[in-house]
Design a protein around this ligand. Structure first.
Ligand code: HEC
Ligand code: HEC
Length: 194
């Protein structure tokens, strides 16, 4: 019995390791140019250490077309269509296995008012946690300011779906806080022990 259990444990951990190394190969071959740590100048999202279920859900949405790449003319939709469901799982497992603190972020305040941003960000905490939440909200702290602004504008314009986020973004837009809250989130480096 013990022997069988050891085999099961061995097989399942090596399947996991396989998934992650396949995911790493996919990332390095097909994603790194746009999402690598050296791709800081692009407004593409940072994916290192993002929540696994969130990554899977977004890749599936790009694949099915329910989320449209609004930044690079549907490139992300073409990329996701090329991936099988298994490959989506592998690349997501790889990215989620990375420690985000191993990857530096560029703090870009873009002239925003961080005090106003902090105040406006009070209502975000309940969902956007480092450990994720049941609604599958992503980690947004340390994310690029330009990408956060792009996403909030897309929700406010309803070109990106999610009725709750559309309401939140509309409110930020009305109170001129999109840039403030984005810069505030970007500057929240949870890797720095204060
Ligand atoms: C040519 C550039 C390009 C390549 C290559 C690319 N992406 Fe993207 N990706 C983007 C852009 C641009 C967006 C943002 C689209 C938007 O929000 O409108 C994006 C968004 C994403 C998101 C959503 C992240 C979030 O926070 O919502 C995920 C996940 C993602 N890409 C994964 C991948 C994976 C995995 C690969 C490789 C298989 C890949 N991308 C290859 C440009 C690219
Ligand atoms: C009730 C939960 C909830 C609250 C509160 C909330 N969000 Fe979200 N947010 C979500 C969910 C869920 C998503 C993912 C939507 C999707 O699947 O596309 C999201 C997505 C986002 C994204 C896109 C990130 C990415 O990687 O593409 C941004 C930016 C964002 N939220 C900012 C905010 C800000 C700023 C606040 C506070 C003003 C806020 N959210 C409050 C649930 C929430």
């Amino acid at each position: 019995m013990k022997f069988i259990i050891s085999i099961i444990i061995f097989v399942s951990t090596s399947v996991m390791a396989n998934n992650i190394s396949t995911g790493q190969q996919i990332f390095e071959k097909s994603c790194q140019n746009c999402h690598g740590v050296n791709a800081n100048k692009l407004a593409t999202p940072v994916l290192h250490g993002q929540i696994e279920t969130y990554l899977v859900s977004q890749l599936e949405s790009f694949k099915s077309g329910s989320r449209i790449d609004l930044l690079m003319g549907k490139v992300m939709n073409d990329v996701a269509k090329e991936l099988s469901h298994e490959e989506i799982k592998s690349v997501s497992a790889y990215l989620a296995s990375l420690n985000p603190c191993d990857y530096p972020v560029t703090i870009e305040t873009l002239g925003a008012n961080l005090t106003k941003g902090k105040r406006a960000a009070r209502s975000c905490k309940s969902c956007h946690k480092k450990e994720g939440n049941t609604l599958n909200a992503p980690i947004i702290k340390r994310q690029k300011t330009a990408y956060l602004i792009h996403s909030l504008n897309a929700f406010a314009a309803k070109t990106r779906k999610n009725s709750y986020m559309q309401g939140q973004a509309k409110l930020l837009d009305r109170t001129h806080n999109v840039g403030n809250v984005a810069a505030y989130m970007n500057a929240q480096d949870f890797c720095v022990v204060k």
